[in-house]
Write a protein that binds this ligand. Structure first.
Ligand SMILES: Nc1nc2c(c(=O)[nH]1)N[C@H]1C(S)=C(S)[C@@H](COP(=O)(O)O)O[C@H]1N2
Ligand SMILES: [Mo]
Length: 321
């Protein structure tokens, strides 16, 4: 955990993101809920500061826990206007333009397959028993751009534990909503819809793997995968499947949308690896948005190797790409 003194900046110079950082710093230093109450003028200022997300609901009781990085956060504007969500088109701005059509209430997530407690959950009930946490993670797209995003979510492991997977369950399969009437991209054969993804059960249980329901302290915009999406920070962004309607425990490695569309370019593991190039471009560097240039060196496992490398001990990561 990083603790730094709050910066001294004149209020007129403070951007919404800086205000947000000051709030988090205060929360980390203060810790206790009683002291958090004293910060309420600052908290409400932070909530008011970003008119673009005024429609999003503030999430209560978020545990401020910086897990990985003190890098500069991307702005709310970057995170919500430059997206991959092919259900709404392949242009980076298409999700912002069209995802508003997707109806996210009510929303049911089916948890099933090889487990003792399968159930259909209203998304609120899936989340409610668990402590929301803030996780500031890099997101590294296979297309070699990246961002730093303050997610809010719960460990996927808590949902897995509640479902009680059977001994035979070795993988978890995730499925995105399929509703072409609200998702114009699904009327085109861009991918084999619905979008599906998968993780090995130990990857799914890893403490870095979260189900995100918000960012910058508020519920997700549709373009980021509302109301609930996966975030697996050491893998290329396409593993972090959006707008999830089903989580299923299975015995065999599930098929995934990208490996079905192009198996020689996209494998099951998709760990960020600067030493294994994509067949059509280098993965050695990345463009940290909003920069236009790929000047940032990409790190093995996106910089999370000390925490995840042991999951792949003995595996050839050139073969298991
Ligand atoms: N259902 C679905 N999930 C998806 C995608 C998609 O097209 N459809 N794109 C993936 C890709 S390629 C990336 S890089 C991330 C982008 O997440 P963001 O837009 O919230 O930054 O979402 C991933 N999840
Ligand atoms: Mo991506």
């Amino acid at each position: 955990m990083l603790i730094r003194p709050a910066p001294t900046i004149r209020p007129s110079e403070i951007t919404d993101e800086q205000l947000y950082l000051r709030r988090r710093e205060f929360m980390r230093i203060a810790g206790a809920a009683a002291l958090a109450a004293a910060a309420s003028p600052l908290l409400s200022a932070a909530c008011e500061a970003s008119p673009a997300d005024a429609a999003q609901t503030p999430l209560p009781d978020v545990k401020p826990k910086v897990v990985t990085t003190d890098e500069k956060l991307n702005s709310f504007e970057d995170i919500t206007s430059y997206n991959n969500f092919y259900e709404f088109g392949t242009g980076k701005n298409d999700p912002q333009r069209y995802a508003g059509r997707m109806k996210t209430t009510p929303w049911t997530v089916k948890v099933d397959g090889l487990c003792a407690k399968p159930a259909d959950y209203a998304v609120e009930d899936l989340i409610r028993p668990h402590q929301l946490e803030e996780r500031i993670y890099r997101l590294r797209c296979v297309e070699a751009w990246s961002m730093v995003i303050p997610w809010v979510g719960i460990p996927l492991a808590s949902v897995i534990d509640r479902a009680q997977p059977q001994g035979k369950a070795a993988f978890v399969e995730f499925t995105t909503l399929q509703r072409p009437s609200e998702m114009p991209g699904q009327r085109e054969p861009i991918l084999d819809w619905p979008y599906v993804e998968g993780l090995r059960l130990d990857e799914a249980r890893h403490p870095l793997t979260i189900l995100a329901v918000g960012l910058y302290g508020r519920t997700l915009m549709n373009q980021n995968g509302a109301p609930i999406r996966l975030v697996v920070p050491w893998k290329y962004g396409f593993k972090s499947i959006k707008s999830i309607v089903r989580i299923r425990f299975v015995e065999r490695q599930p098929r995934t949308a990208w490996s079905m569309s192009n198996p020689s370019e996209y494998g099951f593991y998709s760990n960020v690896n600067p030493e294994v190039d994509h067949p059509r471009w280098s993965q050695a560097r990345e463009k940290r948005l909003p920069s236009l240039f790929a000047t940032t060196r990409t790190q093995m496992f996106n910089g999370y190797g000390d925490q995840v490398a042991s999951l792949y001990a003995g595996m050839d990561l050139r073969k298991n790409y």
